[in-house]
Design a protein around this ligand. Structure first.
Ligand SMILES: NC(=O)c1ccc[n+]([C@@H]2O[C@H](COP(=O)([O-])OP(=O)(O)OC[C@H]3O[C@@H](n4cnc5c(N)ncnc54)[C@H](OP(=O)(O)O)[C@@H]3O)[C@@H](O)[C@H]2O)c1
Length: 268
C-alpha cells in the first residue's frame, strides 16, 4: 500500500518526528511508515509505535503520487538514502540532514523533486524544537506549507532562504549546547559559593526554565526583563558588570560566527 508519509531513518530524530506527528494527528496512523535499516532499531520502533508500519526498505508499492518522505539519516548515509527514495518514486522530500544542500539531494533524483531542507534543534525530542526551513529549486508554497506542518508537530518553524541556513545552524542549531554550557557554569558557580551541587542544580535549572517561560509569556524584550532584576548599584548590577568586563557578549557573537563558518565549510 502507498503511505502518505514515510520517515527514512528511525533514530532519535525520526522517532521524535513520528511521535509528534501521531500526537498531532497529522495523518491516520496507517498512513505513516518508518523505513529503518537496522534490525535492532526496527524492533524498538515496532514496540514504541505499534500502529505504525516499520519497513526494512522503501519499495515501489509504498509510494503513490501523494507520498512524501522525510530524510532523517546521518549525513554520511543521506545521499544513498535519497537515491533509494528516488528509485521508489518519491517526488517530495523534507530533509533534516545537517549540512546537505538541496542541490545535492536534487542530484540524487532522475527528475524534478520538491526538496525542503530544514535545520531543527535537539528540543524537537520533547516537541519544543525550533526549525528553519528553506526550499530547493522545484519547491512551491504548498511544499513549504507541507514541511511546516510536519516540523510544526515538534515545535515552531521559521522560513528562511537556503543561504541563511548556515547562520541558523550556528545560532539555533548549536544554541542548546551554548545554553547548557551556561547552565553548567552557573551550577559550578553555586558550588563555589558553598551550595550543595544538588541545591545549586535545582536553583539553576528551575531559574532557566522560569526565565524562558517569562520571556515567552510577557513578550517583553530580554533587555527589559534584565533591567527588572538589575537595581542601580545592586547585586545583579555587580554580577553583570563582571560579565561585561569579561566580554561575554562578544564571546557569543564570535561563537555563533565560528559555528556558522564551520557549517559553511562542512557544506562545501
Ligand atoms: N538529533 C537531533 O537533534 C538533530 C538536530 C538537527 C539535525 N539532525 C539531523 O537528523 C539526522 C538524523 O539524526 P539522528 O540523531 O536521528 O541519527 P540516528 O539516531 O543515527 O538515526 C539515523 C537512523 O537511520 C538509519 N539509516 C541509515 N541509513 C538508512 C537508510 N538508507 N534507510 C533507512 N534507515 C537508515 C540508521 O541505521 P544504522 O544505525 O544502521 O545506520 C539509524 O538508525 C542527521 O542527519 C542530523 O544531522 C538531528
Amino acid at each position: 500500500m502507498a503511505f502518505e508519509l514515510v520517515i527514512i531513518g528511525g533514530g532519535r530524530m525520526g522517532s521524535a518526528l513520528c511521535e509528534g506527528l501521531l500526537a498531532a494527528s497529522w495523518c491516520d496512523r496507517e498512513q505513516l511508515a518508518i523505513v529503518e535499516e537496522s534490525l535492532e532499531q526496527r524492533a524498538v520502533l515496532t514496540r514504541r509505535f505499534p500502529d505504525v508500519e516499520v519497513l526494512a526498505a522503501l519499495e515501489l508499492d509504498h509510494v503513490g503520487s501523494r507520498t512524501g518522505a522525510v530524510l532523517c539519516v546521518k549525513p554520511d548515509h543521506a545521499e544513498a538514502a535519497a537515491r533509494e527514495t528516488a528509485i521508489a518514486g518519491v517526488t517530495r522530500l523534507l530533509s533534516v540532514v545537517a549540512g546537505l544542500s538541496t542541490a545535492r539531494i536534487e542530484a540524487a533524483f532522475p527528475g524534478p523533486v520538491a526538496v525542503v531542507r530544514s535545520m531543527p534543534n535537539t528540543p524537537v525530542l520533547v516537541r519544543k524544537g525550533v526549525s528553519a526551513i528553506a526550499g530547493g529549486s522545484h519547491v512551491i508554497k504548498d511544499d513549504l506549507d507541507w514541511a511546516e506542518g510536519i516540523l510544526g508537530a515538534v515545535g515552531t518553524v521559521v522560513r528562511v532562504t537556503e543561504r541563511n541556513l548556515d547562520a541558523v545552524t550556528g545560532l539555533s542549531g548549536s544554541m542548546p549546547a551554548y545554553l547548557y554550557l551556561v547552565v553548567e557554569s552557573l551550577i559550578e558557580a553555586g558550588v563555589h559559593q558553598g551550595l550543595s551541587r544538588e541545591v545549586s542544580r535545582q536553583l539553576v535549572v528551575g531559574t532557566f526554565e522560569g526565565s524562558a517561560a517569562l520571556l515567552v509569556a510577557t513578550g517583553e524584550s530580554p533587555q527589559e526583563l534584565r533591567a527588572q532584576v538589575t537595581s542601580p548599584g545592586g547585586t545583579t548590577a555587580a554580577g553583570i558588570r563582571m560579565l561585561e568586563a569579561r566580554a561575554v557578549r562578544a564571546a557569543f557573537l564570535e561563537a555563533v560566527a565560528a559555528a556558522a563558518e564551520r557549517s559553511r565549510q562542512l557544506g562545501r
